[in-house]
Design a protein around this ligand. Structure first.
Ligand code: SF4
Length: 316
């Protein structure tokens, strides 16, 4: 008890991975890109050099401690404030996690730029889900949206993702981050579509800004803009994961909202914020349903420190 983790964070509720325990493999902010929309702030160490940025043994020790004292998260996720595959022992870590905790899925959130290296492609072979991002398919737009390290070429990166798909048999969910006026012109959309067809991921997840990025004059795409891209692409497996996605016609009806909230908190007590984040709902809406469910005696709340947790009320 009482161990302070330096490399683990969460579990944080995320829309794509449920309750995910984040493992930060590089110090902030070490990345091969410096995306204009990055929520971790500007890249201070722009690099493509792989090395052991944080000691492997420290991560192992923290994970062992965490997993012996806490319920299993939905995913163990290599992520954090930068590019996790820059860590030279990322592959070893994935294999270690699968050997010791085979029942917990391992996810890798990556910018995908390092898959040009066969060693990096091999590193993720044992992961259950790889979530690379791809925001551009032409050098000009790549430079504009991702501000890459000078050694990176978008055509090579796409070829790296194609090569990864050929050797990796787990799930691949490709995230495309849309910034209106930067990467949504028709020519870029077409080039991106061609790249996606070649890569052939299991899912394509359209996303946009949630919080302000490092550049202040960019804005989030609207739900309509994302839907239009998805409609003109006509590709299988495209979904909108942006928070803006919940439009009126897509909103869950009341019964659905109540049952999804009940199912979620039956698995693990959640705060109102957790639920809003996990379910992509507005906090006021979550509040409303929690009120109804509490009145019906289906749930109860418990205070723990600063936070109010909601949990399923057991039938007596
Ligand atoms: S790849 Fe991810 S961490 Fe790196 S700059 Fe882009 S958004 Fe930020």
């Amino acid at each position: 008890m009482g161990m302070k983790y330096r490399h683990l964070f969460g579990p944080v509720p995320s829309r794509r991975l449920g309750f995910s325990l984040g493992i930060d493999l590089v110090p902030a902010k070490t990345c091969s890109l410096n995306c204009i929309y990055c929520e971790c702030g500007r890249t201070t160490r722009l690099t493509v050099t792989r090395r052991e940025y944080v000691p492997f043994e420290e991560i192992e020790t923290e994970l062992t401690h965490y997993l012996s004292t806490n319920p299993a998260p939905d995913y163990l996720t290599l992520s954090g404030s930068g590019e996790p595959l820059l860590h030279s022992r990322a592959g070893e870590l994935i294999r270690w996690m699968k050997a010791h905790y085979p029942s917990i899925p391992v996810a890798v959130l990556t910018n995908g730029t390092l898959f040009t290296d066969p060693e990096v492609r091999r590193a993720v072979l044992d992961a259950d889900v790889v979530l690379p991002s791809l925001d551009a398919a032409t050098p000009r737009v790549f430079a504009k949206i991702n501000h890459p390290h000078r050694l990176l070429q978008i055509t090579e990166i796409i070829a790296g993702l194609v090569a990864l798909r050929q050797v990796y048999s787990g799930e691949m969910w490709l995230e495309v981050f849309i910034v209106p006026g930067v990467n949504d012109a028709e020519s870029e959309r077409t080039a991106l579509r061609d790249a996606i067809v070649r890569i052939s991921p299991d899912r394509v997840q359209l996303n946009t800004l949630d919080r302000p990025g490092t550049v202040s004059d960019i804005r989030a795409a609207t739900r309509q803009e994302l839907e239009k891209i998805s409609a003109v692409w006509q590709l299988p497996g495209v979904e909108i994961v942006a928070r803006t996605a919940a439009g009126p016609e897509q909103r869950m009806v009341r019964a659905e909202c109540e049952s999804v909230i009940l199912e979620t908190i039956a698995r693990r007590p959640c705060t109102m914020r957790d639920l809003a984040h996990l379910l992509g709902m507005h906090i006021n809406e979550v509040n409303k349903y929690l009120g109804i469910l509490e009145k019906q005696g289906k749930i109860e709340s418990r205070r723990q420190g600063e936070d109010l947790f909601y949990l399923r009320r057991r039938a007596r």
